[in-house]
Design a protein around this ligand. Sequence first.
Ligand code: PMT
Length: 397
Amino acid sequence: MTNRNLENKNILLAVSGSIAAYKAVDVASQLIKQGANVNVAMTEAATKFITPFTFKTLTGNVPFLDMWDINTPSKERHIELAHSADLMIIAPATASTIASLAYGLADDSVSLCALSTEAPRLIAPAMDHQMWNNSATQTNINKLKARGDIIIGPDYGRLASGDFGLGRLSSTEEIVSETKARAGKMYGDLAGKHIVITAGGTREPMDPVRFLGNRSSGKMGYAVAEAARDRGSDVTLISSVSRPLIKGVNIINAETTAEMFQKVQEATKNADALIMAAAVSDFRFKDINKNKIKNKDKDMDVSLTPNPDIIASIKGDIIKIAFAAEINDMEKFALQKLKSKKVDFIIANDVSNPAIGFNSDNNKVVIFSNTGDQINLPLMPKIDVGHEILNSLKKRF
Ligand code: PMT
């Protein structure tokens, strides 16, 4: 995978004493898969739920447990970990740990590291819902937010007590996604740029239950959005489909071409680039029936009228990237669209091939630029196609 924004980043994962401590193992594992170097600090209570040896085996680093350990090498361990951290994640953070952080206490390995680090802190609380809702905890959380800490969750669901409520540790995906979003803002090569991206197939209603649509799943557009987020851009994703949310991405729903047209117009007013991966319907029904059309056992004629071309309508100081979904003569049609839509790049893909087109996890594209360059990319995951597109875009900034 290209452009992993956690690659070689030092992440200090602090674990406090909650039943959710076992989930921190998965968080550590996913961070390592993203190329991060993970050090773990554990409170004594955390060691009752999960063993330090698990983290040592997984991360290759000895967890920091005891601030009074006489065998610690010369430099104090908490100082070394706190200073070398690019990001600190506290997951799970118990009510007690949250209170320590809010009051600046430093009486265990986790609070000691948290007070000593200048790295951004991401805090994922986990506790019973009554503890979470207690005004003492809420006051502490608000203090931490006001100081710039990022609070992830907690989620609603079944808790260890058997009750349902807010207090579950957020999912590993959410914690890692938030970590990547934060790393993007800190180190991303597209930080400070606002990129508008579209995804999914538009739906043109015929009556209240039927529509004219296409097979776009939104995977390509969402992948470009995630790649742009990881590289630090402010991302507005205008989508006709519902997919799992991407942390740090502003997602706006637009079902019809008319809605997408309007949302793209608004969002691009202060944007640096527009990337249209959405499969936009070229036509809509001339008349939309107010009621469901009944089966009358006879032929029916419908009248279609052309939709406006969204990307061609966007003018001004903005870099425009369109996709071309073709099933034959890909290069010829893509180059025609590059010119007629007056875009900077066109990303051509063959949608007749189920392995790379609609709804697949991979794509194989050719990037044509308006200066005559052509990049033929091999088959790769859509997130990597996203990064390749952004590499071309970056050269124009
Ligand atoms: O969503 P997935 O399942 O992952 O599938 C990805 C994809 C195949 C949809 C994607 O890779 C892709 O090719 N998207 C463009 C689909 C398309 O509408 O292509 P087109 O050749 O019809 O349109 C050319 C470009 O003009 C596109 O960028 C389109 O968004 C834009 N357009 C089209 C019509 C219109 N009225 N306004 C537009 O802006």
